[in-house]
Design a protein around this ligand. Structure first.
Ligand code: GLO
Length: 564
């Protein structure tokens, strides 16, 4: 299949929390290899692994010290090769995570820069500047870190400091994650080499972290806006109708024109290899037309469409978001992608269980959140998923959503590890709640996460009944719903189909009704059941159907796939 990524269902593995092979409580590559059968059984096309590179783990591996080595926590290069080989044997493509906006402060380059003099080539690989006033005591500009606090850290004083005293370095994230200087040709060359290193090892693509970052506006001008990846809680943003929040990416640190030159160069590197390799942009930009620029024909193949993360549970909103997503990506001939959960946001089984009148969609990097209604959340999550899996384009699944896992919303502060929690002094809970080790076997210690009872974050009791072994082969389980949907999706080639809206279905404005290929999809977001069309054959439903005076009905918060 050419351009396999156009309709691929891609499963995100978060290596720390997928499966533990050695009993240290931290997931690893051998653990992943041993559980790849789960993905094959589920029926996905590819796996994307969050970073497993050598790292001090200040940001769970998004702080890399060596882009060509595996962190000992996760195993060795041999373990990687074994994982890659097993995945390919099972027909699963492998996408790895590339983190080019910043390295770890433990990276050899940054250590060299610290030891070198201001103005030296070693400092030129990062963004070092003198402070603002005569004595340099003020940061070079007013940028804030996405994880909270200032985006600049000052070095310790040294003998050869100029009159402005010690320099400052830029870090859009944690102070342990210095931003690389993408104006520097050496930085560009190094990353092209890193791409080749992993392409040679047989990877099928790269997910590019903070792909809208890297290049900064010339002169690093002050900026008054709030720096955030995504703001889901602002009613104004929702009303505006864009996926990512207004204000998150209009600043001088994101979405600069110059970044596209980098992707054109990378596109050419990938084209040297056979087998349809791909680049996926993680770019929190809006409006969506800005996102489309990352997937022009000579740039990346895909970009995450985060619109569903901030879409209210409302039929009209969902129709708008789907239409806008498809139309916008169509303008550049790129596939649309769909995402309901990932390692940065509150899982949709929790997000959708919030009071529907609230502004709703939660970002993991957000203020402390109200407790969701678990039952409502799971019902809506299943309905949302079944809708998503029918849509044309490529869909991303985050590990555990196929089990219906909620966030751990009552994690004790003492166990938290996300830098977003520490940098806001606990004002924001951070993203640990969606990163809990997976439950595989209900009756084993650690719910079968690994050979010991250890798990790097505690699992909530509610995970036990959701363990994979409680769902395999069980009619109506969330896992079996996903598996059945992926089977039909593949057989009917829904990902390559065209979408047609069914206008005014049953006169219910609260029903999302559409047709993709030979399948009719209905999602009821209203408060009363609606009758299904006479004689319709039900292929899959996200929950039990209802009896109505007019025959079988689709209950509230339920999606059905029909042959009609
Ligand atoms: C968010 C990433 C994330 C990292 C951040 C810094 O965009 O997926 O988890 O913390 O990008 O690398």
């Amino acid at each position: 299949d050419t351009e396999w990524w156009r309709d691929a269902v891609i499963y995100q593995v978060y290596p720390r929390s997928f499966a533990d092979g050695n009993g240290d409580g931290m997931g690893d590559l051998p653990g992943i290899t041993a559980r790849l059968d789960h993905l094959a059984r589920l029926g996905v096309d590819a796996v994307w692994l969050s970073p497993f590179y050598r790292s001090p783990q200040k940001d769970a591996g998004y702080d890399v010290t060596d882009y060509r080595q595996i962190d000992p926590l996760f195993g060795t290069l041999d373990d990687f090769d074994a994982m890659r080989a097993r995945a390919h044997e099972l027909g699963l493509r492998v996408i790895v995570d590339l983190v080019p906006n910043h390295s770890s402060d433990q990276h050899a380059w940054f250590q060299e820069a610290l030891a070198a003099a201001p103005g030296s080539p070693a400092r030129g690989r990062y963004v070092f500047r003198d402070g603002k006033d005569a004595d340099g005591a003020q940061p070079p500009n007013n940028w804030q870190s996405i994880f909270g606090g200032p985006a600049w850290t000052r070095l310790a004083p040294r003998e050869d400091d100029g009159p402005a005293g010690p320099q400052w370095y830029l870090h859009l994230f944690d102070s342990s994650q210095p931003d690389l200087n993408w104006e520097n040709p050496e930085v560009r060359a190094e990353f092209e080499d890193v791409l080749r290193f992993w392409l040679d090892r047989g990877v099928d693509g790269f997910r590019v972290d903070v792909a809208h970052g890297m290049v900064k506006a010339e002169g690093l001008p002050d900026w008054g806006g709030k720096v955030a990846m995504v703001e889901g809680r602002d009613a104004a943003d929702l009303a505006e109708g864009t996926g990512a929040a207004g204000g998150s990416n209009e600043g001088p640190m994101f979405d600069q024109d110059g970044v596209h030159e980098i992707y054109r160069a990378w596109h050419k590197v990938l084209a040297e290899y056979d087998g349809d390799r791909c680049l996926v942009a993680e770019a929190w930009v809006s409006p969506m037309s800005r996102l489309a620029r990352y997937v022009r024909a000579d740039e990346m193949q895909q970009a995450f469409n985060f619109a569903f993360l901030t879409t209210k549970w409302d039929a009209a909103r969902i129709r708008d978001v789907v239409t806008e997503s498809l139309e916008t990506m169509d303008t550049v001939g790129a596939p649309t992608t769909w995402v309901l959960s990932n390692h940065d946001v509150v899982r949709h089984a929790s997000r959708l269980g919030l009071d529907e009148t609230a502004d709703g969609p939660m970002n993991g990097i957000g203020p402390r959140d109200p407790q969701p209604d678990a039952e409502l959340g799971l019902r809506r999550a299943r309905a949302a998923t079944l809708l998503m899996l029918a849509l044309p384009g490529s869909a991303y699944l985050y590990q555990g959503e196929e089990l219906g896992l909620p966030d751990h919303t009552t994690l004790p502060d003492g166990v938290r590890q996300d830098p977003a929690f520490f940098r806001t002094h606990g004002e924001e809970t951070g993203r640990d709640g969606c990163r809990i080790p997976l439950p595989w076997e209900a009756d084993r210690p650690g719910m079968g996460f690994g050979p010991s009872e250890r798990t790097w974050l505690p699992q909530p009791d509610s995970y036990r009944k959701l363990a994979a072994d409680q769902q395999y082969g069980v009619d109506g389980s969330t896992f079996e719903m996903y598996r059945a949907a992926l089977g039909v999706r593949r057989a009917e080639r829904l990902g390559r189909g065209g979408l047609a809206w069914i206008a005014g279905y049953a006169d219910a404005k609260d029903v999302v009704a559409l047709r993709v290929g030979g399948v009719v999809v209905l999602t009821n977001l209203g408060t009363t059941p609606v009758a299904l069309p006479d004689g319709a054959e039900v292929l899959i439903a996200s929950g039990p159907l209802a009896d109505t005076p007019r025959g079988t009905g689709l209950p509230t918060d339920t999606t059905v796939w029909l042959r009609a």
